[in-house]
Design a protein around this ligand. Sequence first.
Ligand SMILES: Cc1cc2nc3c(=O)[nH]c(=O)nc-3n(C[C@H](O)[C@H](O)[C@H](O)COP(=O)(O)OP(=O)(O)OC[C@H]3O[C@@H](n4cnc5c(N)ncnc54)[C@H](O)[C@@H]3O)c2cc1C
Length: 531
Amino acid sequence: MSWPADLFPSRSASDIFYALRVVEKEIPYVPPVPQPKTEQIVRKRAPVTEEYVATPLPKIIIVGASIGGLLLAIILEQQGIPYRIFERAKVCEPIESAVFFNAQTAKVFTQLGLNNEIVAAGLKTNCLQIYNEDRVLTHFFDYSLAPQMYGSAGFVLPKPVLYNILLSHVPSAKIIRGTKILSVSSGDSFVTVLQDNGDTAVCDIVVGADGTYSAVRQSIFDQMRKHDVMDPKDKEPMKYSTVCLIGQTRPLSDVEFPIMAKDDCQFIRVLGRNKPYSLTYFTTKQRTITWSITEYLDNNSHDENNPFRTSDWGQATVDLMCEKVKDIPIVAGGYHHATVGYLVELTDRTKIKKVVMEEKVFSKWYYNRTVLLGNACHRLSPSAGSGATNSVLDAVSLANWIVSLPAFSLLEDISYAFQSYQEERVPWVKDSMKSSNFFKKMLAGNFKGKVLRTVSKYGAKPMMRKMMARMGQNQPQLWFMDTIPDRGIMKTAYQNSLHEPPSRVEARRKKVLEEIANGSVGTVSAVAVIV
Ligand SMILES: Cc1cc2nc3c(=O)[nH]c(=O)nc-3n(C[C@H](O)[C@H](O)[C@H](O)COP(=O)(O)OP(=O)(O)OC[C@H]3O[C@@H](n4cnc5c(N)ncnc54)[C@H](O)[C@@H]3O)c2cc1C
């Protein structure tokens, strides 16, 4: 593989002072001499040019080209910050699930110029309808007032459609496909990334957006364990209490599926009677139905569904689960008394996936120059549909801090940025975890689920309103782009990464200008002004 041209070979204090003089054109550029420590790890080195050494911007490697990684890449691209994405899949085939977005992401999508495209590909959703196995509507959660309250409606689109939109905004040359990252070694002054072909790459910051079984997370946890700084909670295994069967039908006509005729997204759940299953499905603008069947695990099924065995789950396991759930009734509209078997018939079998749904919010999201994002640092049950939203919101907060980093950032600058990012995001992610756990328990076919359903039937409206109000307040934005005003009547929550990073940048700029005025320039920070 040829090396991405702008990956940085090493970063030491002497390089930084050298770079400063190159920038000032005092001396000709000579590539740095390899340091003994890195020689052991770095088998090949990226070609270095004067330009790369000269830029004071951090060079970033993102591991994982899914929702979180791609959104961060779009932001870095628009800001001209050098980055590369390493993605293990040669061709990305995102799982055929639906993705739900609402006011939480509307402002940042607008800032990035993505909102119209994403909204146009989605269908507005006004309510969640819950049916029992007799096709009787038992619960109705109405959120049609969301635009007046929070400034934006909720909408749903298939994940592959969202994925293609995000992908179209990232230059393909910047995504290195078919390359699995095996480990990262995060030092004080640079990070080394080891690829499965034996090559290494070096950069200033690594972002692990590589999902639930993140290799980046495993590497930094190993380093923390060695230095005895690992949080004991992070040593505990991830819990998994549900398994999902996921699919998307081919485009359907109103005759085949009469509810397709409705203008808004039909978001429907059917609960199994005395069965550990629930079915969730959405109609889409592409005239397909994205569906998922959740199986709630008991103690016996835990072992059978051990996540380390999911790689063994082939077509036979999928077929077996399809067979088990085929008689669950579905609401297709009109007099159409169909069942899950019908949905399966309308779906390409080879694209149906069976996946384990783990749950955990990790305590430590960064180590030295490496930071985690999305499913790599928090895995939520899909019951409340907030996984993708949280990956997007992580990228926003993290980007706010990355863009504010000083020229040739030192470890202390980076640690402060990552710590602030984690502090901002954890409370919101924990709230999402609470609401997805609530829905998960309510939808389970056991006695507890029945009690929760009965209670929520009477308290459903105030409860839903409270949950929506809390989440709807969180509408993060990027500080370095035009801010979008509130459009709903609810006031949005304070966002530290919208205020603190620009004030730090301004304070730094003032200090450097004062130094220049006093004739005491000569520090690395002056590069920010010179370049
Ligand atoms: C059934 C279902 C329904 C859902 N519904 C919703 C919903 O309605 N709303 C919502 O907001 N969310 C929903 N989600 C969740 C959402 O899809 C995920 O939370 C989201 O995709 C997480 O994105 P991510 O970028 O953090 O990571 P992931 O999507 O997990 O992506 C990780 C990427 O990293 C790559 N990778 C992994 N390891 C390596 C490596 N070592 N080297 C290089 N690349 C690597 C992978 O190939 C992948 O591309 C749902 C999920 C499921 C399963």
